[in-house]
Design a protein around this ligand. Structure first.
Ligand code: GLN
Length: 455
């Protein structure tokens, strides 16, 4: 009830939510009953959970921020939603996002932008700006996001929250409306590293319904966060800093907050090691070919027949007329831009030059990570180049928007896990800044240890 009251008080300004779950209080009462009946419930039982609208839910609509899914109700729950429900978390609502998770500001939502609770004139990051803003504004204690190129970590950076992109295959994608299947991962958004670990423990692990789900047994990430909180883990930890990412690429306050965090780590016994990741800087270019290619294929299913919206031309028309009008009306401009880019990159005659080259760059970036992790335990970067920019500032300049993802994209291309944790406020504008840590695939627990040590 306290969270519903908070939503009623602030969400008119923040607009983190697209939908509030009208059954939330009943679900909470049910948890109380189960507890009273002596059932042993997990640590998160009864805790409200905000759910990014990219995740399908049976009890609430799922639009992925798009008009084309207006009115759509899924007949099944995403695995992460089902697992959260089984653990007693109460879905409090569905959060706003850039349409089909394409964007870095939540301004591409078909349902209007979300505002950053730190400054309502600024963006909350994207694509998961709704989940991050809900957590930052105390509308929800914890949230689910999805990260294809940074959509959990960059919103965490600009809202002073914690966001984790797990190892590819560590968390089920079943029921996460696909953007780019080889890059998408679901993960937690929270105010503390421990909270993220608790949620990760609930949602993670093998899922036979996702063919790319890893069969691994995972350690407890909450336990890793609790171990990390002692600070001992920083002793002797080798932290790689990428020499090809000079300070000049970052807002001054972002760079200085980054260096202050490294100093703090050094003071606690960490060793800062300069490493080379020469292909890191080509990540954005490769990503913006691979992502549109996969997205153009994934979005082909929105054909007016199977899901959501159907728009029929005045006076009728053929099936093809209905399909194309529905897609014309149902998709926003950024989605159309990427479908066109993707189909172009995949078309005969251009495939090798664009998609094929991008895949080669992807391999080179993976090799950069392999070489780096032979020398260091984690890599540190600023989570994004700037603090929260003004709403409207980059909306007409897609290339500027894409450059936000400079430091987050490589982790998706390589499948490795990444965390963004708050590292203070930038001196020039007083806005939150995040520091990102990357670890080798399957070493998510290391990120929880390091993140908790710095909190
Ligand atoms: N900003 C990136 C993009 O626009 C990130 C998307 C994501 O992680 N879903 O593609």
């Amino acid at each position: 009830q306290a969270h519903l009251d908070r939503i009623a008080a602030v969400d008119g300004d923040v607009h983190a939510f697209l939908h509030i779950n009208e059954h939330a209080l009943d679900a909470a009462a049910d948890i109380d009953r189960r507890r009273a009946a002596g059932e042993s419930l997990g640590e998160l039982a009864g805790v409200p959970l905000a759910i990014k609208d990219v995740l399908v839910t049976t009890d609430q609509p799922s639009t992925s921020g798009s008009r084309i899914l207006e009115g759509y109700r899924s007949p099944f729950d995403a695995t992460v939603v089902a697992r959260a429900r089984a653990a007693g978390l109460v879905g409090i609502g569905k959060t706003n996002m850039d349409e089909f998770a394409m964007g870095s500001s939540t301004e591409h939502s078909a349902y209007g932008p979300t505002h950053n609770p730190w400054d309502l004139d600024r963006i909350p990051g994207g694509s998961g700006g709704g989940s991050a803003a809900a957590v930052a504004a105390f509308e929800a204690p914890i949230a689910l996001g999805s990260d294809t190129g940074g959509s959990i970590r960059q919103p965490a950076h600009v809202t002073g929250t914690v966001g984790i992109k797990p190892t590819y295959g560590g968390v089920s994608r079943y029921g996460a409306i696909a953007l780019a299947s080889s890059l998408d991962q679901v993960g937690p958004v929270s105010r503390t590293v421990l909270d993220a670990g608790l949620l990760h423990d609930v949602i993670g692990g093998h899922d036979p319904k996702d063919s790319t789900s890893l069969p691994d047994a995972w350690p407890s990430f909450a336990e890793a966060a609790r171990e990390g909180a002692t600070g001992q883990v920083l002793k002797g930890l080798k932290v790689g800093v990428i020499k090809e990412l000079p300070d000049s690429g970052f807002q001054a306050g972002v760079a200085s907050s980054f260096h202050a965090a490294l100093k703090q780590m050094e003071a606690q016994g960490a060793e800062i090691v300069e490493i080379s990741a020469p292909h890191f800087e080509y990540g954005v270019a490769a990503y913006y070919l691979i992502l549109p290619a996969e997205a153009s294929s994934n979005l082909a299913k929105f054909d007016s027949v199977r899901f959501g919206l159907r728009v029929t031309p005045d006076g009728g028309g053929t099936v093809e007329d209905v399909m194309s009008l529905t897609r014309e009306v149902g998709f926003g401009p950024e989605v159309k831009r990427r479908i066109i880019l993707g189909t172009y990159a995949l078309s005969a005659g251009y495939y090798d030059a664009y998609y094929g080259s991008a895949q080669k760059v992807r391999t080179l970036i993976q090799q950069d990570f392999d070489a780096a992790f032979a020398q260091v335990d984690v890599i540190a970067t600023p989570s994004a180049p700037t603090t929260a920019f003004k709403l409207g500032e980059k909306i007409d300049d897609p290339l500027q928007m894409y450059l936000n993802d400079l430091t987050t994209i490589p982790a998706n291309l390589a499948g490795v896990p990444g965390i963004s944790i708050p590292s203070g406020l930038a001196e020039e504008d007083g806005l939150p800044v995040g520091i990102q840590f990357l670890a080798p695939a399957r070493e998510d627990a290391r990120l929880y240890r390091v993140g908790a040590a710095l909190e």
